[in-house]
Design a protein around this ligand. Structure first.
Ligand SMILES: [Zn+2]
Length: 279
């Protein structure tokens, strides 16, 4: 490895080396970083009814997990494992949605053909999770997806309308380093607090119950509403920085929005599980 790295450095440009290094350490570009997903799961787990908690724990134990935070980013790691790579590829489009334009209006056949968007992903796996006739193995897998996709639907850049792969193609500077807007929202801003995820979740929980946004008429699909909210935030919320620079003022303005989305996701995940797991 060292030999090939050395020859690479000698042959390649610095830019190529930087690109290689970023590839080596970059988390999957699928959503909130692992910590964001853990925080959502932790907030939700605090709001489960005893009955729901018992079912969740049974399903988690069936796959050797202890908490929803343990499995919250499993769906982002599928492609890293040869045994689950095909499932990871097949479910890749279920982590996000691309809206057609800045009206941020969900039109199922156009925006979610064959259910291949985060709205369809939630519809599919919530149905399996709530099916008492399904095996615990299938329901545990569905729980993993549901915990993850509720988080994804609330990451604003998982529901954008711009042609930039949810900000992955939108380069920015943060602390003098190159990054992209998606990564800033996945983890860059969250990391500025320098907190372990457990403490981060505790602080958000200490803020008390979150007031959920009112329903968007005429939508009767909660998952579509969450995605539309994300789209509107990317449009109206100052998410795209002036001059492609993420500075202190940007973080001061946008991190509260990210925190609110984490809290909303936690509350909605809990409500969804409490509705779905009555058996
Ligand atoms: Zn994801």
């Amino acid at each position: 490895m060292m030999r090939s790295m050395t020859s690479f450095v000698m042959r390649g440009s610095l830019a190529a080396l930087v690109a290689l290094a970023l590839t080596a350490v970059a988390p999957s570009a699928h959503a909130w970083g692992a910590n964001g997903h853990r925080i959502v799961a932790d907030l939700a787990s605090r709001q489960l009814t005893p009955q729901t908690r018992a079912v969740v724990e049974r399903l988690l134990h069936a796959e050797g997990a202890q908490s929803m935070s343990d499995i919250a980013s499993w769906a982002d790691e599928l492609r890293d494992n040869p045994e689950t790579r095909d499932l990871g590829k097949a479910t890749g489009p279920l982590h996000y949605i691309n809206f057609a334009d800045d009206t941020c209006t969900y039109v199922p056949p156009r925006d979610c053909a064959d259910g291949r968007c985060v709205v369809g992903g939630l519809e599919k796996y919530v149905a399996i999770l709530g099916d008492a006739r399904a095996s615990d193995t299938d329901r545990a897998q569905a729980l993993n997806f549901v915990v993850h996709f509720v988080g994804d639907a609330h990451q604003p850049l998982h529901g954008g309308y711009r042609d930039d792969k949810g900000g992955n193609d939108y380069q920015v500077q943060m602390d003098g380093k190159g990054s992209n807007l998606h990564r800033v929202w996945d983890s860059g801003m969250i990391n500025t607090r320098n907190l372990k995820w457990q403490q981060y979740a505790q602080n958000l929980a200490d803020d008390g119950p979150v007031t959920l946004p009112p329903p968007i008429a005429p939508l009767d699909n909660p998952y579509a509403q969450w995605a539309e909210e994300s789209c509107r935030i990317t449009r109206d919320g100052g998410v795209y920085p002036k001059g492609h620079v993420i500075d202190d003022a940007y973080v001061a303005a946008e991190l509260p929005i990210a925190d609110r989305r984490l809290r909303e996701a936690g509350k909605r995940l809990a409500d969804l599980l409490n509705r779905t797991l009555k058996n």
